[in-house]
Design a protein around this ligand. Structure first.
Ligand code: PGA
Length: 249
């Protein structure tokens, strides 16, 4: 199975010139890549600057659940598809922090899958306290995947991204491949309840949270790991290219 390596650029870089430079550098290092798909998720405004290719796909960091109309500031699945976008991040913890609810996330997931995009759902606990973990991840999955038709399960990917391990979290701690392994089994168990056996076996589960060239191999080696969601390290062309080297080896 092809590994999927996603670079979430968040609200970076500040100019289209830098965005082009970074994209071109990634394109260069992805050229010889085998057995992996790179997905670049830049801010919306840079999407028209890039052309997707066999090696590099384009992703957006958010999408709205309506097709069009009076929704100031929003962007639809159709608009994204029209720009060559094939993936979209939904429910990233930074958006949840800004007030995005599970209800909204669930609507966005449905709209993205229906619109033919690969919907990358992020889940993960803020703290590892006894009463919030791992029930919080289960609750997020249950609410976010509520009402999704089984036929759309093939359009869904899940990223386990514990907030305490994200590089910009104050006092971030490193996660371990062992924890990712345990959490991916837990997530599959929850998917089994919601979407059935086929989806539980098939839905790709990726890891996110301070991924670097140093720790990438460990997370990728976890049985069943489908790939990585990379934040900070994806903004550094050299570091990201080293991560791609790890995928090759
Ligand atoms: P990080 O970010 O790799 O900088 O921890 C990952 C993310 O939040 O998507």
């Amino acid at each position: 199975m092809k590994k999927i390596i996603i670079a979430n650029w968040k609200m970076n870089p500040s100019t289209s010139h830098e965005a082009r430079q970074l994209f071109n550098a990634v394109r260069k290092s992805a050229r010889k890549l085998r057995g992996a798909e790179v997905v670049i998720m830049p801010p919306f405004v840079y999407l028209p600057l890039f052309k997707p290719s066999a090696k590099i796909k384009l992703g957006a960091q958010d999408v709205f659940f309506k097709d069009g109309g009076a929704f100031t500031g929003e962007v639809s699945s159709r608009m994204l598809k029209n720009l060559g976008v094939s993936y979209v991040l939904i429910g990233h913890s930074e958006r949840r922090e800004l007030g995005e609810t599970d209800e909204l996330i669930s609507q966005k997931l449905k709209a993205a899958a229906l619109g033919g995009l690969n919907a990358v759902l992020c889940v993960g606990e803020r703290e590892r306290t006894k009463d919030s973990f791992p029930t919080l991840v289960r609750d997020e999955l249950k609410k976010d995947l509520k009402g999704i038709l089984r036929k759309f399960a093939s359009k869904i990917l899940i990223v386990y991204e514990p907030i305490w391990a994200i590089s910009t979290t104050k006092g971030a701690r490193a996660d371990t491949p062992q924890n990712f392994f345990e959490m991916s089994i837990f997530i599959r168990r929850v998917i089994l309840d919601i979407l059935g056996k086929r989806a539980a076996l098939k839905i790709p589960i990726l890891y996110g949270g301070s991924v670097t060239a140093k720790n990438a191999a460990g997370f990728l080696k976890v049985k069943g790991a489908a790939g990585l969601l990379v934040g900070k390290a994806g903004l550094n062309a050299r570091e990201f290219s080293k991560i791609l080297e790890v995928v090759k080896s």
